[in-house]
Design a protein around this ligand. Structure first.
Ligand code: SF4
Length: 260
């Protein structure tokens, strides 16, 4: 067998590994421009309906960066906020400063109550989330849900980067929903594919987390996120020791909203 044939698969694998997520995934598919236009129209409508009382909640993943870029391009008066759980990757934290540098938008950063986190760590240890779903949810409640309540206080609506394609727990995400708490939630990227998201990045070049280039399609807290293999579900690397419906932190539980 010729040497070139023997080396081709390895060379192809090495070439794929050297590509950025954008180089691997960006693709203009049928309907892309219409999906962008729809997302922008929904953001405009949300900003109009909730002037001064609406916030984009970003986890600083690529979908969040796409939405922040849209808000900036369209100059919409929507605040941008994130939750620093105290357990994020350094690469994720670094993005917080890149947003004002790029867009002139200050990111509101909400953090968990330090004393509550210390008590939890003292009682259950640093790896409690691996021992049971209940303790993992308790950690998410402390580090994410409680700060989220403060983040949403005084606001009537929020914007999220959820996409239906992200896995079974998100397969029915609506563009717009009325939550049990009376707030409206907008998901302008609900019908976007991963290729759409990276095609948008290719066109507009928002800052993105370098972990996306290393096999992390979905990025959460460092102890609870790992890279995924080719072909795996986008959220397979989140709480990978758990299965099914449990694999959400509680910020986006389906039971908490109804489509309107
Ligand atoms: S994702 Fe993991 S570290 Fe982060 S809040 Fe949830 S359980 Fe805790």
């Amino acid at each position: 067998m010729p040497e070139a044939t023997l080396e081709s698969p390895a060379r192809a694998a090495a070439a794929a590994a050297a590509q950025t997520a954008m180089q691997r995934l960006a693709r203009r598919t049928r309907g892309f421009d219409a999906r962008v236009a729809h997302a922008e129209a929904l953001l405009r409508e949300a900003a109009d309906d909730h002037a001064g009382r609406i916030v984009q909640v970003t986890s600083l993943g690529v979908e969040g960066m796409v939405l922040t870029d849209m808000l900036a391009r369209l100059q919409l008066p929507v605040a941008v906020a994130t939750i620093d759980t105290g357990a994020l990757h350094a690469e994720t934290l670094a993005l917080i400063d890149r947003i004002p540098a790029r867009y002139g938008i200050e990111v509101e950063v909400f953090r968990p109550q330090a004393e509550a986190v210390l008590q939890f760590l003292g009682r259950h240890g640093a790896h409690a989330m691996r021992t049971s779903v209940e303790l993992r949810r308790a950690c998410c409640a402390l580090r994410k849900l409680e700060p989220m309540q403060r983040l949403l206080a005084g606001r009537s609506a929020w914007v999220s980067g959820l996409r239906r394609e992200q896995g079974a727990t998100r397969s029915e995400v609506p563009f717009f929903a009325l939550q049990d708490d009376g707030r409206e939630k907008f998901c302008p990227l609900a019908d976007w594919s991963e290729a759409d998201v990276w095609e948008y990045v290719r066109r507009h070049d928002p800052p993105t987390n370098p972990l996306h280039d290393h096999g992390y399609p979905s990025i959460g807290c460092a102890p609870c996120t790992r890279a995924v293999a080719a072909g795996e579900d986008a959220r397979a690397g989140r709480w990978w020791w758990e299965q099914g419906e449990a694999k959400e932190c509680g910020l986006h539980l389906r039971a908490a909203w109804t489509t309107a």
